[in-house]
Design a binder for this molecule. Structure first.
Ligand code: NOJ
Length: 570
C-alpha cells in the first residue's frame, strides 16, 4: 500500500485541479474487453494513451463498487470491492498505477447519501431494531391514526426521485424507511456518528490505496431537517422535500468533519467535487471558499435545467439569453474566492449538442462552440466520454430500448398510472432520458462501435457509422482535434486558469461574449450560439486570433456565422 501511496501525485501543489481537465468515464459504456457487452476496468487501461493524447489530467470513474446495478452502480452493496461486472480490485489497482504512470490522476464516485437495500448495513437494520446498524438509516413509524403499511400512512408526503412515495414499509421492523431515490436506495442517517465514522473509514481506505479524490453523489442531501415535515405538493401529487434535505441544518458540519477526518491529515491535496442539486451560487461559493470551504468544487444544475419547465419531463425551448445569463451569473458569483466546475454532459444529462446545439446542420460547429465557451470559463472543465467527438442523443425505437430506472419508472407511471398517451411520453423520453448519455462509446464504425464484440447492454447509436474516434483522430477540423486544441490552450495560457471573468454585452441576443483578464493579458471569446449568422462590431485584430471553429479563410470580421466562435488573446 505504501508504494502505491507514494506513487500518487495528489501531493504536488495545493489546488492542482485548477489547471486540470477531468474526463468522466461511465465504465459500463466505455470499453468492453470480455465481450459481455458491458464496459470494464481493463477496457479503460487500453484507452489511456487516447486520453493522454486528448490532454486529460484526471479521470472520474462512475461507481464500480459491488452493486445490484438497479441504478447502474449508484446503489452500492459493498464500498470496498469492485463489482465483477467491471473486474476486480486488482484490475483497479492496475488501472490506478497505469494512470499515475502517465502523470494523470483518478477520482472515484462516492455514493454515501444512500446505500443499496442489499448492503449488509441495511439488511441488518431492516431485520431488527436491536441490530448494530439499526439507526444507520431513517426509520419512522406510520403517521399517527393510520393503518401502517396502507397508502397514506407514510411518515410524510415526500415523493422519491424515481417516482412514488419516498417511504417504504418494512413489516419485519414495523416501520418505514426513507429513500429519496429508488426504494432499493435507502438513505443513510448521517445524524448517527457511527454511520459517519464508517463512511470516513471507507474513504480513508480508498485514499490509502492511492486514489486522488472523490466525486460525491448528491452530497448536499446528507443532512435532513430532523422533523422530516410534510412539504408543498409537486405536479405528481407528492410533497417536494427539497427544502428540507438539500441544504440541511448540519450539512456544513458534516462536510467539515469529513474534511478533517479524511483529508486534512494527509500531505498534498485531493480533488473533492460535490454534486449538489439545487445549490445556490452563494452556498456554492461558501462550500468552495479557498480558505474556509469544505470542497474543491461543486456541480450545480442551473444551466442544465433551462430547457425544462418545472420538472425534467416537461420540455421548453432554452433561450440563449437565459443560458448566457445563468453561465455568467455563476462565473461572477463564485468570483475569485470560490471555484466552479464546468460541465455540459454527464451520465444524467442528454447530450448537449442535441440539446442546446444543432446535431444536424451545425453538428460540428455547435459541438465546438459549446465546448469553447465552457472550457474558457473560470473553473475546472469536465468532459463526459464521447463529448470530445460530439456524440449525440440516439434514436430509441420504443420503450424496450430504454434501460434507465428513472426513464422506465416515468413511463410506467405516466402511461400506466396516469393514462398519458404512450407516444407523447416516448417522445419526451427520447429527448430527456439519461440513456442518451449512456449509449456505448463510439470508437469506430465496426458493429458494436468498437466498444464490444458482444451484444451491448444498451443499443449503440447508429451514427457510429460516421461519428467515431477512428473517423476524427488526426483529422484536421474534427471535433476531437478541436477539443485537443482547446485543452492545450488551458494548459498553455495561465489566463484560462486564473483570469478574472467579465461578461461582455454585445447587444446581440444570439451572442455570448466574455473576457478573461490576467495581468496585462486579455482573452476574449465571441460565440454565436444560434443557427443564424449575426453581424458584429469589427474591433478585433485577426493576428490576435488563437482559436476558431471556422476555417480562417472564411472568417469575416463583420459577422459571425451560425455557431461560430472566436478566441482572441492579446
Ligand atoms: C446522482 C447520480 O448522478 C445519478 O446517476 C443517481 O441516479 C442519483 N444521484 C442517485 O444516486
Amino acid at each position: 500500500m505504501a508504494a502505491r501511496g507514494a506513487s500518487r501525485s495528489a501531493s504536488d501543489n495545493e489546488a492542482w485541479w485548477k489547471s486540470a481537465v477531468v474526463y468522466q468515464i461511465y465504465v459500463r459504456s466505455f470499453a468492453d474487453t470480455d465481450d459481455d457487452g458491458i464496459g470494464d476496468l481493463p477496457g479503460i487501461v487500453e484507452h489511456l494513451d487516447y486520453l493522454q493524447e486528448l490532454g486529460i489530467d484526471v479521470i472520474w470513474l462512475s461507481p464500480v463498487y459491488r452493486s445490484p446495478q438497479e441504478d447502474n452502480g449508484y446503489d452500492v452493496s459493498d464500498y470496498q470491492d469492485v463489482d465483477p461486472l467491471f473486474g476486480t480490485l486488482e484490475d483497479l489497482d492496475r488501472l490506478l498505477a497505469a494512470v499515475h504512470l502517465r502523470g494523470m490522476r483518478l477520482i472515484m464516485d462516492l455514493v454515501v447519501n444512500h446505500t443499496s437495500d442489499q448492503h449488509p448495513w441495511f439488511l441488518a437494520s431492516r431485520g431488527s431494531r436491536e441490530a448494530a446498524t439499526s439507526e444507520w438509516y431513517f426509520w419512522r413509524d406510520a403517521r399517527p391514526g393510520t393503518v401502517p403499511g396502507e397508502p397514506g400512512s407514510e411518515p410524510n408526503n415526500w415523493g422519491a426521485s424515481f417516482g412514488g412515495s419516498a417511504w417504504e414499509w418494512v413489516p419485519e421492523r414495523g416501520q418505514y424507511y426513507l429513500h429519496l431515490f429508488a426504494r432499493s436506495q435507502p438513505d443513510l442517517n448521517w445524524d448517527n456518528p457511527e454511520t459517519r465514522e464508517a463512511v470516513y473509514t471507507m474513504m480513508n481506505w480508498w485514499l490509502d490505496r492511492g486514489i486522488d479524490g472523490f466525486r460525491m453523489d448528491v452530497i448536499n442531501f446528507i443532512s435532513k431537517d430532523p422533523r422530516l415535515p410534510d412539504a408543498p405538493l409537486n405536479r405528481d401529487g407528492y410533497g417536494d422535500g427539497m427544502p428540507y434535505f438539500s441544504h440541511g441544518p448540519r450539512i456544513r458540519d458534516y462536510l467539515a468533519e469529513m474534511k478533517h477526518r479524511v483529508f486534512d491529515s494527509r500531505p498534498g491535496s485531493y480533488l473533492t467535487v460535490g454534486e449538489m442539486p439545487g445549490v445556490t451560487p452563494e452556498q456554492a461559493r461558501d462550500f468552495t471558499d479557498q480558505v474556509h470551504g469544505q470542497l474543491a468544487m461543486v456541480f450545480q444544475y442551473e444551466h442544465v435545467t433551462l430547457d425544462a419547465d418545472g420538472d425534467k419531463w416537461t420540455h421548453r425551448r432554452m433561450s440563449v439569453n437565459d443560458l448566457r445569463d445563468t453561465l455568467a451569473k455563476w462565473q461572477t458569483a463564485l468570483g475569485e474566492s470560490g471555484w466552479n466546475s464546468l460541465y455540459w454532459n454527464n451520465h444524467d444529462q442528454p447530450r448537449v449538442v442535441s440539446r442546446y446545439g444543432n446535431d444536424t446542420t451545425y453538428w460540428r460547429e455547435s459541438a465546438t462552440a459549446l465546448a469553447t465557451v465552457l472550457h474558457l470559463h473560470r473553473g475546472t472543465p469536465y468532459v463526459f466520454q464521447g463529448e470530445e467527438i460530439g456524440m449525440t442523443n440516439t434514436r430509441f425505437a420504443g420503450i424496450d430500448d430504454f434501460r434507465d430506472i428513472e426513464s422506465l419508472d416515468h413511463y410506467t407511471r405516466a402511461v400506466g398510472t396516469h393514462g398519458e398517451d404512450a407516444a407523447v411520453v416516448l417522445d419526451i423520453l427520447r429527448r430527456r432520458s439519461r440513456d442518451n448519455a449512456r449509449t456505448p462509446m463510439q470508437w469506430s464504425a465496426a458493429s458494436g462501435a468498437g466498444f464490444t464484440t458482444g451484444s451491448p447492454w444498451i443499443g449503440v447509436n447508429p451514427n457510429h457509422s460516421w461519428l467515431s474516434v477512428a473517423a476524427q483522430r488526426g483529422a484536421p477540423g474534427s471535433v476531437y482535434e478541436y477539443y485537443r486544441a482547446l485543452i492545450a490552450l488551458r494548459h498553455r495560457l495561465p489566463v484560462v486558469v486564473d483570469g478574472h471573468f467579465a461578461a461582455i454585452d454585445t447587444g446581440r441576443d444570439q451572442i455570448y461574449a466574455f473576457r478573461r483578464q490576467l495581468g496585462d493579458v486579455t482573452l476574449t471569446v465571441h460565440a454565436n450560439l444560434s443557427d443564424l449568422p449575426v453581424s458584429v462590431d469589427r474591433d478585433r485584430r485577426p493576428r490576435d486570433l488563437v482559436l476558431a471553429n471556422y476555417p480562417r479563410s472564411r472568417i469575416d470580421l463583420d459577422r459571425l456565422e451560425p455557431w461560430e466562435v472566436r478566441v482572441y488573446v492579446r
